[in-house]
Design a protein around this ligand. Structure first.
Ligand code: FAD
Length: 477
């Protein structure tokens, strides 16, 4: 694949990020686009490794990575595109924001640096858009059966695209103003500019998919309406129930869920209205972000751009090791310390910190009380205990809760359809992604919990496959 000796000749080279001081002044994408001259050498680094762990172990979509690398190295961009699109629904999204488990599983990563797979993927799809190769692919004809997809996030979009191309008319219903789910209203523009989402939605509309926005299923249209008018329903409503902070003082003014904060900023950028009374803004404030994951990191980048004077991120889990822990050897996704571009922009991070109270004056947040915790492994279960005498306080005007999500929420919809759920509240599905109610399917975060865009796309495709098999009567494959 690529050039047999490429990995010996060329070093890994990334396009890098815009200058920190410059990028903090705007919300535009922070990562530079791959340089075409470099991409050929980078694709050449893909070695003939026998078992491509990147493809069958690293990538949930089973992207045929060595083959598209080979075509890029030979300058055959059209063929590289065909190979990429044979598995990947939206490479323009994953090429920008996927954490790239494929690169962790790359054989080059064993003794050196992995191939820049994500950036090669991005180069292929962006060249295709630039050259006008991304044309709508409507089906040759439509069957007489119709499908309703509820939720226009990456899972719903992937399902809708596949079902429509198989010749079933698709209407996508979504309660938000515009389609995209977390791609549009969660992930900040500095990671994914929204014109990239809009470009794809336009293409899908040209393929024949109908988007009905501002429609909350269960309220604006009934479940009975859906089951009467559609031959199958695909539920891809995400997992949006945020984990709350159960401590005294939680109700003080100045404590917000991360998603409310991030959604507002994305809306501001795209000119969508925000009720002034609910405005959340970090300008001039000391912000504490509780939660050390990606959502927390997005809160840091957004707070700094809004003009926060100080940002502190607190994580209850212990600090991960600088190099992959022995418990997660190659090709597993490694447990190791990660530093996002937002972390490099400013703020401080602390680990093994538990927040025990929020303290205010006249109903307004003034500070939080914290303690350090020590973690231990008891019978395979990680538990923590406060470190005696470690209590401390942080003066703050604003706390953002970014502690993950506890389930799909959407109780009325789930109960309305009469769907079974698992212990975590996720919608239960069988091997064909069908729920406990025949004809109703579910995928994405709604069925497997908060995850990644690439996992949601994979799940959306699996759901589409289940629906197509049911509608075509072909359930034997
Ligand atoms: P969602 O994207 O949540 O979409 C669900 C859709 O359903 C929404 O549009 C919603 O409006 C609609 N809906 C819900 N209920 C109803 C209803 N009753 N009626 C009508 N419509 C309804 N992953 C990555 O890979 N890389 C990242 O960098 C990354 N960053 C992230 C940053 C943040 C802040 C968050 C929160 C997540 C991030 N993720 C990231 C995770 C990723 O965004 C999600 O896993 C993915 O979007 C899930 O896709 P989905 O289609 O299942 O759900």
């Amino acid at each position: 694949m690529g050039k047999a000796t490429g990995f010996l000749e060329f070093e890994r080279k990334e396009p890098g990020y815009r200058d920190k001081d410059e990028r903090l002044k705007d919300y535009r994408a922070v990562e530079n686009m791959p340089d075409e001259d470099d991409i050929y050498d980078q694709a050449a680094r893909c070695m003939d490794c026998g078992i491509p762990f990147c493809h069958d172990y690293g990538c949930p979509l089973l992207n045929v990575i060595p083959e598209f690398n080979d075509r890029v190295y030979h300058g055959d961009w059209a063929c590289a595109l065909d190979i990429l699109l044979s598995t990947s629904s939206f490479p323009e999204f994953t090429g920008r924001i996927c954490p790239a488990p494929c690169e962790e599983a790359c054989v080059d990563n064993l003794n050196g640096d992995p191939v820049t797979i994500r950036q090669i993927e991005l180069a292929i799809i962006e060249k295709a858009f630039e050259k006008g190769l991304m044309k709508p692919q409507p089906p040759a004809f439509y069957h007489d059966k119709k499908v309703a997809v509820i939720g226009a996030g990456p899972a719903g979009l992937a399902a809708a695209m596949m079902i429509n191309r198989a010749g079933y008319r698709v209407t996508v219903y979504d309660e938000a103003d515009k389609p995209g789910g977390l791609l549009r209203y969660g992930i900040p523009d500095f990671k994914l500019e929204k014109n990239v989402v809009e470009r794809r939605i336009r293409l899908m509309e040209e393929e024949g998919i109908v988007f009905e926005q501002n429609v909350q299923v269960g309220t604006d249209i009934s479940i009975r309406y859906l089951t009467k008018h559609f031959d199958a329903v695909c539920l891809t409503c995400g997992a949006r129930k945020p984990r709350d902070l159960d401590v005294p003082g939680r109700n003080l003014t100045g404590i917000f869920f991360a998603m409310d904060f991030l959604t507002q900023q994305n809306k501001r950028i795209s000119g969508e209205p925000i009720t002034p009374s609910t405005e959340i803004n970090a300008a001039g404030k000391t912000v504490v972000v509780i939660g050390g994951g990606d959502t927390g990191s997005d809160c840091i980048g957004t707070s700094l751009r809004q003009g926060a004077t100080k940002v502190i991120q607190l994580e209850i889990m212990p600090k991960p090791p600088e190099t992959p822990s022995e418990a997660t050897p190659w090709p597993l996704w490694p447990n190791k310390l990660r530093e996002s571009h937002a972390h490099k922009e400013g703020g401080t991070r602390r680990w093994s910190v538990n927040t025990t109270a929020c303290i205010g004056e006249n109903g307004v947040l003034k500070k939080i009380r914290c303690e350090e915790v020590a973690w231990s492994n008891t019978d395979g279960r990680m538990t923590f205990a406060p470190v005696p005498g470690s209590e401390f306080e942080i003066e703050t005007d604003m706390v953002l809760l970014a502690m993950g999500f506890t389930g799909p929420g959407n109780e009325a919809l789930i109960e309305g359809f009469g769907l079974d759920t698992d212990a975590r509240g996720n919608v239960k599905v069988d091997g064909r992604m069908m729920t406990s109610v025949p004809g109703i399917f579910a995928g994405g975060d709604m069925s497997h919990g908060q995850s990644l865009v690439v996992t949601a796309i994979h799940s959306g495709k699996q759901t589409a496959r289940g629906i197509i098999e049911r509608l075509s009567g072909d359930t034997e494959k």
